[in-house]
Design a protein around this ligand. Structure first.
Ligand SMILES: C[S@@+](CC[C@H](N)C(=O)[O-])C[C@H]1O[C@@H](n2cnc3c(N)ncnc32)[C@H](O)[C@@H]1O
Length: 290
């Protein structure tokens, strides 16, 4: 058997393992996307830096792509602890975002594009993905990686500021202390925003209970002028440029300490919700219980 045929089998097994690790039993499209997307095409030449337990990077023994088909994070700028995210976390979040064929997905924090490619596979040739990446070096790598892909556009810039067309899914891959106004404005009716929120301690957290307290991903779905919101995952993730500030970080840390994030049901864009119904109140918005 030639090496590519062997890797196709390894990738198919990986797709099944990742879905199982994310407790997903009914998403054949996502399994096909994971199975079809070559992680090695997005991570530069091997050997690669794998993030092992206790936060240490270990290089793979050699440049065999087999080492990329595990549920591990891989350093893309390891000196800054900036990684290609954990496959089972992304499988869970993408499953929750539910990109459909024909959708427009905006991916904030594309990195070098591995999960952008999975999103592009899910929306298919009738859909499109706009990948926004803040770090010029990574945006340049992503542009090269998608040069021949007509349904993916890579934009270098700050995803809280870059203007984009109305989106069915906005998939944010960096930790915020507040949602960007443009994400809420540009979400289509029925659209889903995947929003990781992290306090300053969230990025360094390692134990699961700390992550649950200090980093949380919310799924926000627009229904006309309303926004349904609920907690979908703990998270520890690289900070989002442009969507953090000291005051909202302090309020978020207090909200994590208070608890109750799993009872959130709505995001409101006003100041009218009484304090006892707010889990977190920002300036002109809140995450609240119904
Ligand atoms: C945890 S890394 C994930 C990269 C990629 N999604 C992956 O898994 O390979 C977070 C990425 O978000 C980018 N980022 C942070 N703030 C951003 C912003 N405001 N707009 C666009 N990208 C941003 C970082 O430069 C980094 O590449």
């Amino acid at each position: 058997m030639d090496r590519q045929a062997e890797l196709n089998i390894i990738r198919a097994a990986y797709a099944k393992q990742i879905l199982a690790a994310a407790w997903i039993t009914d998403n054949a499209r996502l399994e096909a996307a994971l199975s079809a997307t070559r992680r090695e095409d997005f991570l530069g030449a091997g050997p690669w830096w794998i993030l092992r337990r206790f936060g240490d990077y270990v290089t793979t023994p050699d440049a065999d792509p087999v080492y990329l088909y595990t549920d591990d994070l891989v350093g893309i700028l390891p000196e800054r602890r900036l990684n290609n995210g954990q496959p089972s976390l992304h499988a869970h979040l993408i499953h929750q975002a539910a990109p459909a064929a024909g959708d427009h997905v905006v991916h904030v924090g594309t990195g070098t594009g591995y999960y952008t490619a999975i999103l592009a596979h899910l929306v298919g040739p009738s859909g499109r993905v706009t990948g926004i990446e803040y770090e010029p070096e990574l945006a340049a790598r992503a542009k090269t990686n998608f040069a021949s892909r007509p349904n993916v556009e890579i934009v270098e810039g700050d995803g809280t500021m870059v203007s984009f067309d109305q989106a069915d899914v906005i998939y944010v891959n960096a930790g915020c202390t507040r949602p960007a106004e443009s994400w809420l404005d540009r979400l289509a009716d029925g659209g889903r925003l995947i929003l990781p929120m992290t306090s300053d301690r969230g990025f360094r957290a390692t134990a699961p209970e700390r992550m649950a307290r200090e980093g949380a991903v919310f799924r926000i779905e627009r229904r006309g002028q309303d926004y349904l919101a609920y907690w979908i995952s703990p998270v520890a993730i690289f900070p989002c440029a442009g969507s953090r500030d000291e005051a909202s970080e302090r309020l978020l840390a207090e909200a994590f300490a208070k608890g109750g994030l799993q009872k959130v049901t709505r995001l409101y864009r006003n100041q009218e919700i009484p304090d006892e119904r707010c889990w977190l109140r920002g300036s002109g918005w809140c995450l609240a219980y119904s």
